[in-house]
Design a protein around this ligand. Structure first.
Ligand SMILES: Cc1cc2nc3c(=O)[nH]c(=O)nc-3n(C[C@H](O)[C@H](O)[C@H](O)COP(=O)(O)O)c2cc1C
Length: 194
């Protein structure tokens, strides 16, 4: 588990960003992620696969820390207890991750950071994917139609009732929510990762 010693030399407080295995707005979420300074990225196992399927690279600044889902206990989440994060963003969030978060399940890295952010009262933004009965979404080989189930839509609605949690449903609203956090914290975006 991360402790004070592991965090020596790491600028803080930081943004935490959990990336899950959703193709829906995966690339757009990465673009917004790349503009954030002092960032830690938590990558679900499915996200690590999906990023390859969409032929994407993280392409992040050199000081960004990337945590992959390799431990049963989700060891990196320990940092939440040391006040390392001022904000958590879960984007894009699969229907699987949203359902688990709503049910209070924390059995992998993405659901654990969401749970620990809640337990440490870190404001969280979740970009839910399943938000309408019919949606156009980007598959690796092009656009396809999907029909989220009633349970998927219900989970998104239930997540909106969680404390300290802002649920967004469009890229524009994700950008606006991130911008609002930057403004509240008086932090400037980064304009280039090179
Ligand atoms: C190419 C590809 C695209 C996917 N896109 C979505 C998506 O848009 N929304 C979704 O809920 N699941 C999507 N999935 C399925 C999830 O990756 C799968 O449910 C996975 O178990 C989610 O794990 P996670 O929530 O831990 O990241 C996609 C899977 C693949 C292979």
């Amino acid at each position: 588990m991360d402790n004070e010693h592991d965090l020596k030399g790491v600028a803080r407080p930081r943004f935490g960003w959990a990336l899950t295995g959703s193709g829906h707005f995966f690339k757009e979420s990465l673009e917004i992620m790349r503009t954030l300074p002092n960032l830690d990225v938590f990558v679900s196992k499915a996200a690590a696969e999906v990023i390859r399927m969409y032929k994407q690279d993280f392409d992040l600044a050199s000081d960004v820390r990337i945590f992959k889902d390799t431990t049963a206990s989700s060891a990196p989440v320990g940092a939440f207890y040391y006040g390392v994060y001022h904000t958590l963003i879960v984007a894009p969030a699969t229907s699987n991750t949203v359902a688990k978060c709503v049910a209070g399940i924390s059995d992998n890295l993405a659901t654990n950071v969401f749970a620990q952010a809640g337990k440490t009262r870190v404001p969280t933004i979740v970009f839910a994917c399943d938000t309408a009965p019919v949606m156009d979404t980007e598959a690796p080989k092009g656009m396809v139609k999907v029909y989220p189930r009633r349970i998927d839509l219900e989970c998104t609605e239930r997540l909106k009732t969680f404390d300290d949690t802002t649920v967004v449903e469009t890229v524009e609203d994700l950008q606006a929510a991130v911008d609002a956090r930057l403004k509240a914290l008086n932090i400037s975006k980064i304009t280039s990762t090179s």
